[in-house]
Ligand binder design. Structure first.
Ligand code: ZN
Length: 177
C-alpha cells in the first residue's frame, strides 16, 4: 500500500523528512526526540522508522524500519522511494510542511484575499493547510523545488524499470530444449 505509507524520521535526517513531506508522504519529524519516543510513534501510528542510527535500528525490531545508507539527501530519498516502490505514489505539494497535514485545494476566488496580487495572477492552483491556514501554490512557494522533484522522480522511475527488466530477463533467455 504505497499510498498509505507513513514515516517517522530520526533527528539526523531532517532534509530527508522535509522532502518526503514535499512529495506528499505523511512524515513525523521531531528536532529533538529520544529513541524511545521515535519507537513509540512508529509502533502506535504504524510508521516506518527511517534512521542512520544502528542502535536505534537494533531497538526497532518490532516495527518496520529502514537503515538509511547515504549522507546525501537526494540519495536518501531515492533509497526510500526504491525500497517501498513509491515513485508512483508521489503527490508533490499535497501536504503542509509545517503541520504534516494534507492540504485542501481552494478555488482561485477564495485565494484572492490570502495571497498577493502577483501570486494570484501567476499561480494556477491554490491549497490551504486546514491546521495553520498557510496557503500553498505550485511554483512560487516552492521556488526551484519542482525541478528537483522532477529529477528525483525520473531517476527513481528509471531505476524501477531497470530492476523490472532484470527480473524479466532470466525467463526470456532461458533455453528450452
Ligand atoms: Zn500547516
Amino acid at each position: 500500500m504505497p499510498g498509505t505509507m507513513k514515516f517517522v524520521v530520526d533527528c539526523m535526517l531532517g532534509k530527508l523528512a522535509k522532502w518526503l513531506k514535499i512529495l506528499g508522504f505523511d512524515t513525523v519529524y521531531l528536532n529533538k526526540a529520544e529513541d524511545r519516543d521515535l519507537l513509540l510513534i512508529g509502533r502506535r501510528q504504524q510508521r516506518v522508522l527511517l534512521t542512520k542510527d544502528h542502535r536505534l535500528l537494533e531497538a526497532a525490531k518490532d516495527i518496520r524500519s529502514l537503515f538509511i545508507e547515504s549522507d546525501d539527501w537526494p540519495r536518501q530519498l531515492g533509497q526510500v522511494l526504491d525500497t517501498y516502490k513509491l515513485a508512483d505514489a508521489v503527490r508533490p505539494h499535497s501536504r503542509c510542511l509545517a503541520c504534516n497535514v494534507e492540504l485542501k485545494s481552494i478555488p482561485k476566488k477564495a485565494a484572492r484575499n490570502l495571497v498577493t496580487p502577483f501570486v494570484l495572477e501567476k499561480a494556477s492552483s491554490f491549497a490551504i493547510c486546514p491546521s495553520c491556514e498557510r496557503v500553498y501554490w505550485p511554483g512560487t512557494h516552492f521556488h526551484g523545488m519542482d525541478t528537483k522533484v522532477g529529477e528525483i522522480l525520473r531517476e527513481a522511475k528509471a531505476r524501477g524499470q531497470q530492476s523490472q527488466r532484470k527480473k524479466g530477463e532470466p525467463g526470456r533467455s532461458s533455453k528450452k530444449t
